[in-house]
Design a protein around this ligand. Structure first.
Ligand SMILES: [Zn+2]
Length: 250
């Protein structure tokens, strides 16, 4: 895999959305009565008086007539579908190579496999910063491909890693080999950081999936501890989580 930025592929080109299907009908979504014509924009039903909206469902790529409740749900869905990154360190030739080795892998699987193998390399070298970025990319791929649950836990990983601070890990190269120095047990708070955009999308996903923060924090505990074990993170999830989700003082 090439880490040269010019070799990176656009996320939306790599994982394109299906074309929009026009599935508007001449039926009111509220009272199901027949409308005088197929609406092209927001209108009021002459039978029940409810508003009719024309919206595209980002999950099914279907353009259809919806009532107000559904329009609000779709708006929420569009919010959680807005990508935070433009490109991925994976391109067409990486995908083709992986699919030659794993003929059963879908295009999405191949992209994830490519990122997971990168993460593996960074994990072995305890390169938290690059590992964190790769998990962020995995989160974005999961979200792009509508695996919102899976995306949520990758964003939790990213928030947790941010709280540990990439520079709380150190390494040096000696005789061509990467040497890993275990993190200082005196974890340095000044190196921790919070990425507002990542926290925001985590909260949006929690809201969309109808999960309480406190319950998600508990659900993440086991996964967080496994991540801590493999990367030798200095900060326990139970100490990190209140800081990640602390309200901004302003
Ligand atoms: Zn109606």
């Amino acid at each position: 895999m090439n880490e040269d930025n010019s070799h990176w592929a656009d996320l939306t080109d790599l994982l394109p959305d299906p074309p929009v299907k026009d599935e508007r009908t001449q039926t009111c979504p509220s009272c199901k009565d027949v409308l005088p014509k197929v609406p092209g924009a927001k209108t009021k039903c002459p039978h029940c008086g409810e508003f009719i909206y024309v919206r595209t469902d980002p999950d099914s790529s279907s353009r259809r007539l919806v009532n107000e409740t559904e329009a609000m749900r779709l708006e929420k869905l569009w919010t959680i579908r807005r990508p935070l990154i433009q490109s991925l360190p994976v391109n067409e030739s990486d995908i083709q190579q992986i699919r030659l080795q794993h003929p059963e892998a879908s295009r999405v699987d191949a992209v994830k496999l490519a990122l997971c193998s990168l993460a593996q390399v960074y994990s072995e070298r305890h390169m938290w910063g690059l590992f964190r970025n790769t998990y962020f990319e995995l989160a974005e791929v999961e979200r792009r491909t509508r695996s919102y649950d899976s995306a949520l836990w990758y964003y939790f990983d990213v928030n947790y890693l941010d709280q540990n601070g990439a520079d709380n890990a150190t390494e040096f190269i000696s005789n061509g080999a990467v040497q890993w120095i275990p993190a200082d047990p005196e974890w340095n708070n000044n190196l921790a950081f919070r990425a507002p955009a990542v926290i925001e999308i985590t909260l949006d996903l929690l809201n969309f999936l109808d999960l309480e923060i406190s319950s998600a924090i508990r659900q993440y505990e086991e996964r967080g501890e496994a991540l801590r074990g493999s990367l030798e993170l200095p900060l326990k999830w139970s100490n990190a989580s209140p800081k990640v989700f602390a309200r901004d003082e302003s």
